[in-house]
Design a protein around this ligand. Structure first.
Ligand code: AKG
Ligand code: FE2
Length: 300
């Protein structure tokens, strides 16, 4: 559904659960999903988004079966596909989410994050908002519904959804592991792909005799990384020529305030916000109405 079509609708008066401030920035037990196919009512309170959310079905693929990917210190399960008919979800997230291109400084060096990011959630300490450097944003109902399904399948629980958008092959994430202490020991991280296929590489941190693990991640894939995977391996999405755009959602559990502060700092940041309008990213402000944005996107 296009944003233009959303615009014609009025916001319901009870759409009060969510508003965005101009923000300055797990060994899992596998379970069978109890609902092989679910229809979600997709209430989605996007920031400053004064339109009624669309309603469409998200169908968990049935029968759902995961493929184990096991190597030295590596413990993963790949559900391919996790969802049937993911296209609407991809389009909706791309057009509804506020995106950021975060720039930050470490040891005097300016780093430009080479992809669009955004984040929702709050750690399990669940402090008052004033305890945080940036006000945590509740997970919108659509992403919360997806999170519920991912929790059901992975047996893990999550309180954060990190979103990446790789607009083209120049966008990437370099080798890293999601092993910060604020995730607790041996965190389970669930990673969902929507849209284009991208290469996904993994390497053992210390044992150079273990071959690099190379796969691709495809539309509607759900990769669950667990056990010692984060402690012992790094993963990356390398730059590529001529690849289609891709959204990645990662589901995680942060155990303390430090995790929340870290996630907002590096996935929202202090810079401008972008929206995907009329087929491209347009720099905007949270308060700018979508009609203005559409005009801006139409400008040459
Ligand atoms: O896009 C992906 O598949 C990986 C994303 C990732 O590793 C991260 O956000 O930490
Ligand atoms: Fe990661």
């Amino acid at each position: 559904m296009s944003i233009a079509r959303f615009l014609k609708r009025k916001a319901p008066s009870d759409e009060s659960g969510y508003s965005e401030e101009p923000l300055a920035e797990p060994s899992a037990k596998r379970m069978k999903p109890t609902l092989p196919s679910c229809t979600f009512a997709l209430g989605f309170h996007a920031p400053t988004f004064t339109v009624t959310p669309p309603s469409f079905s998200l169908n968990i693929h049935s029968p759902l079966s995961g493929k184990d990917i096991i190597d030295k210190d590596l413990d993963m399960v790949l559900y391919r596909p996790f969802l049937d008919s993911p296209r609407q979800l991809y389009n909706y997230l791309l057009e509804s989410l506020p995106w950021y291109r975060v720039r930050y400084t470490v040891r005097g060096m300016t780093i430009n994050t080479p992809r669009y990011t955004t984040v929702y959630g709050k750690d399990m300490m669940n402090g008052v908002d004033t305890a945080y450097q940036k006000k945590p944003r509740p997970i919108p109902p659509l992403l919360a519904a997806l999170k519920d399904e991912v929790e059901r399948v992975s047996g893990a629980s999550f309180n954060f959804v990190l979103c990446n958008f790789y607009a083209d092959g120049k966008d990437s994430i370099s080798y890293h592991s999601d092993d910060e202490s604020f995730l607790g020991p041996d965190p389970t991280i669930a990673s969902m792909t929507l849209g284009g296929t991208r290469a996904f590489h993994m390497k053992h941190k210390t044992d150079r005799s273990v071959p690099v693990f190379k796969t691709d991640l495809r539309d509607a894939d759900l990769l669950i990384m667990r056990g010692k995977t984060q402690a012992c391996w790094e993963h990356s999405v390398p730059k590529r020529a001529n690849v289609p755009p891709r959204i990645n959602l990662t589901f995680r559990k942060a155990i303390n305030v430090r995790g929340t502060n870290n996630y907002y700092r590096y996935n929202v940041g202090d810079g401008p916000m972008f929206r995907y309008v009329g087929g491209k990213m347009v720099e905007t402000k949270p308060e700018l109405p979508l009609a203005d944005l559409l005009e801006k996107s139409a400008a040459p």
